[in-house]
Design a protein around this ligand. Structure first.
Ligand SMILES: NC(=O)c1ccc[n+]([C@@H]2O[C@H](COP(=O)([O-])OP(=O)(O)OC[C@H]3O[C@@H](n4cnc5c(N)ncnc54)[C@H](OP(=O)(O)O)[C@@H]3O)[C@@H](O)[C@H]2O)c1
Length: 328
């Protein structure tokens, strides 16, 4: 048997409960992973609430980001017992049992060896946010050295992963954050400029800094029109989230005359082979600087609800749970 954080009905986050279920058995094409740490993502909450498109009907465990050790291999697996792996897997916690559990099974093409400069905690925290930012900055925006990247929700997982990646790709970075509380920390972490997203003159402020060539946006809502206004000609706006609202009034003429590209990102739409390709490219780019994600707080495995509540208040970096098994 094993412990697993599962839900049986779409609804409030309280529907997620720790259960005792049968330990999974790997098929010939899968490995059995003993989980060490699992990352918490806002999308897990949206999925439980029934707001995540293409999610399977419950019951199952959520958890799409994690790191663990392989303890059993199917006969067709190329992995070895003892390998530590991370999880670029798209269906994990969306269309199959997630990794907020003591054990999970996955096929080879949905796992990847933990890079030697990431701890298991950093592997559980960083894989999906870095992959999303790679999809944005590399696949969609074709970011060039010397360009300027503005990132909303700067203190969150996407914000900090986007900043680390944009800097190693040679870009200037602008943090867009709510208020000024986190200003000094964001500058210390490496953003070149920090601006208050609620400043009524935010568009003029960004234009005075030279405008934004690429924008990674997790806020949407009213900000979206401002993103279009602060973008430079030929700018690329990557739409990642809508934490600030789902409606925006935009000026199509500005999009036309600036020749803007607006692209939605969805990391879970990477096919298995494509996620392996993207993760390899991403890690090759991060390796020279040993780029990693900042972790805000680690909660015991028994406190997943508390971890979601903490994330709701806008942490500085990622929220994860673990070590799994020791305090379940
Ligand atoms: N499309 C994809 O494939 C994909 C992948 C990963 C994540 N996402 C989505 O992207 C969003 C951010 O994910 P994350 O992992 O970065 O989350 P996170 O770690 O919780 O960080 C989100 C950050 O956004 C800001 N924020 C929070 N609530 C806000 C609000 N109501 N209005 C404006 N800003 C707000 C806060 O930063 P400040 O306090 O600094 O402003 C917060 O730290 C979520 O909606 C998530 O579902 C999408």
């Amino acid at each position: 048997m094993m412990k697993s954080w599962r839900f049986h009905e779409f609804g409030p986050i309280g529907n997620l409960k720790m259960e005792e279920i049968e330990r999974p058995v790997p098929t010939d094409d899968e490995v059995l992973i003993k989980m060490e740490y699992a990352g918490i993502n806002p999308a897990d909450k949206f999925l439980i609430m029934g707001l995540y498109q293409d999610a399977s009907e419950p019951p199952y465990a959520v958890g799409r980001d994690g790191c663990g050790t392989i303890i059993e291999t199917g006969v067709n697996s190329k992995y070895n017992i003892g390998d530590k792996v991370i999880m670029p897997s798209a269906p994990l916690g969306i269309n199959r049992e997630g990794c907020l559990a003591e054990y999970v099974t996955l096929p080879d093409n949905q796992i990847y060896l933990l890079p030697n400069w990431w701890s298991p905690e950093e592997g559980a925290a960083g894989t999906k946010v870095f992959l999303t930012c790679w999809q944005g900055l590399h696949d969609a925006a074709h970011l060039q050295p010397g360009e300027t990247v503005a990132i909303t929700g700067a203190s969150g997982g996407i914000g900090l992963a986007g900043m680390v990646l944009a800097k190693v790709m040679g870009a200037k970075t602008i943090a867009l954050t709510r208020g000024s509380d986190k200003r000094e920390q964001l500058l210390e972490l490496g953003f070149d400029y920090v601006c208050d997203i609620h400043d009524p003159d935010i568009v003029e402020t960004i234009r005075a800094l030279g405008g934004a060539d690429v924008i990674l946006d997790v806020v949407g809502g009213d900000f979206f029109a401002k993103a279009i206004a602060m973008a430079n000609p030929y700018g690329r706006i990557c739409v990642i989230g809508a934490l600030g609202g789902i409606k925006s009034v935009v000026d199509p003429i500005e999009i036309i005359f600036k020749r803007l590209q607006i692209q939605g990102l969805q990391v879970s739409l990477y096919e298995a082979a494509d996620s392996q390709r993207a993760l390899k490219e991403l890690l090759d780019v991060l390796e020279p600087s040993k780029g990693k994600i900042l972790i805000d707080k680690i909660f015991p495995f028994g406190q997943v609800q508390e971890a979601f509540e903490h994330m709701r208040h806008g942490p500085m970096g990622k929220v994860i749970v673990g070590p799994i098994g020791s305090s379940a």
